[in-house]
Design a protein around this ligand. Structure first.
Ligand code: AKG
Length: 269
């Protein structure tokens, strides 16, 4: 399976419509040049990861224009597109009384859609916990892998990476690949790369991490997107600017790693 991890850089000057147009053109170019099976974009790259004041105004329902543009992009490029996440306007307030969520979308070329609402909200009382509802559902789904066998991917977002129990639940649901879009700051980027490797090693799964680069709302993003094999080997790592990683991964390596070093069979639940 060929994956293209599109690490986007942005600042405060670019508007969301300008960025959507730029990113659509970039993804079309990547798809035409590399023919990936899966393209991954970062968390909240449209409304921005840290400019919370804009979220209310930039929120959209699941049938809004951003989702429509991403659905069209998946169809036009004939790839599965993990579109990163957006600020979803919910039809009704959730248990915390909020009407917004940080929602990731996996879109297939034939119009299929899997949504994941970020479970662990980042901000310690401000930002996400103050403004957003938390997701409640662990999400895995099967996608085409470029071979006869589909591959099972688990969806999570940014701060979720700090909570290994989520990945164990995805593992138990059959996940072979974890896809993690993020807007992870430079200040803690060493945690981002370390935790991605940890999730790969402990669950013997591929980890595809797509971070944001640039500086917006006064927060410098960390970049360093990476693709980690079930053995823990880092197959590709980005720098700190906008960059596209194109990596061929073999889902059979998950099976052979789990069979060759069967640590998961020693779990005591
Ligand atoms: O956990 C971290 O250090 C960063 C998390 C974050 O920025 C987010 O979830 O948006």
């Amino acid at each position: 399976m060929r994956a293209a991890i599109v690490q986007l850089a942005y600042g405060d000057a670019e508007t969301m419509p300008e960025r959507v147009e730029r990113v659509c053109a970039l993804v079309r170019d990547v798809a035409a040049e590399h023919r990936p099976d899966l393209v991954v974009l970062p968390e909240l790259w449209g409304p921005t990861g840290f400019d919370y004041r804009r979220w209310e105004g930039l929120a959209e329902p699941l049938d809004g224009p951003w989702v429509e543009a991403m659905t069209q992009l998946a169809a036009d490029t004939a790839t599965t597109l993990h579109a990163g996440s957006f600020i979803e306007r919910l039809a009704a307030p959730g248990p915390d009384g909020r009407t917004l969520a940080n929602t990731s979308l996996l879109l297939t070329a034939d119009g299929g859609r899997t949504a994941y609402r970020k479970i662990h909200r980042f901000g310690f009382g401000s930002g996400e916990p103050k403004l957003l509802e938390a997701g409640a559902d662990v999400i895995t789904t099967q996608i085409a892998s470029g071979t006869a066998e589909p591959v099972t991917v688990g969806l999570s977002t940014c701060y979720d990476l700090r909570f290994p129990e989520l990945y164990r639940q995805q593992l138990d649901a059959g996940a072979q690949v974890f896809v993690v879009p993020a807007a992870w700051p430079a200040a803690r980027v060493a945690h981002w790369t370390l935790l991605g490797r940890a999730r790969a090693v402990e669950d013997q799964a591929f980890v595809l991490q797509c971070n944001t680069a640039g500086t917006h709302a006064g927060t410098e993003m960390g970049g360093r997107s990476q693709v980690v094999a079930p053995t823990g080997e880092v197959l590709a790592e980005a720098g700190v600017d906008e960059e596209v990683l194109v990596v061929d991964i073999d889902p059979a390596l998950v099976t052979s790693t789990r069979a060759g070093f069967p640590v998961l069979t020693d779990r005591r639940l």
